[in-house]
Design a protein around this ligand. Structure first.
Ligand SMILES: [Zn+2]
Length: 62
């Protein structure tokens, strides 16, 4: 499976499993589209550590 096929496969899987309605994942805090090539973004479902922190309640007043 090449990179492009893998991306397609992941998108299909996300829709099938009900994780996403359009095959894209979005940041849990700000709603930005996430990059399938970023392992960090895929693991935490946030665009960066600030958003992740806000989503889990680590940062206050940011
Ligand atoms: Zn974000």
């Amino acid at each position: 499976m090449n990179k492009r096929q893998k991306k397609k496969f992941i998108k299909k899987w996300l829709i099938k499993e009900g994780h996403s309605i359009d095959g894209c994942l979005y940041c849990v805090d700000c709603g930005n589209k996430l990059d399938f090539n970023s392992k960090w973004q895929m693991a935490y479902q946030a665009c960066d550590s600030t958003c992740y922190g806000k989503a889990v309640g680590v940062y206050y007043g940011y």
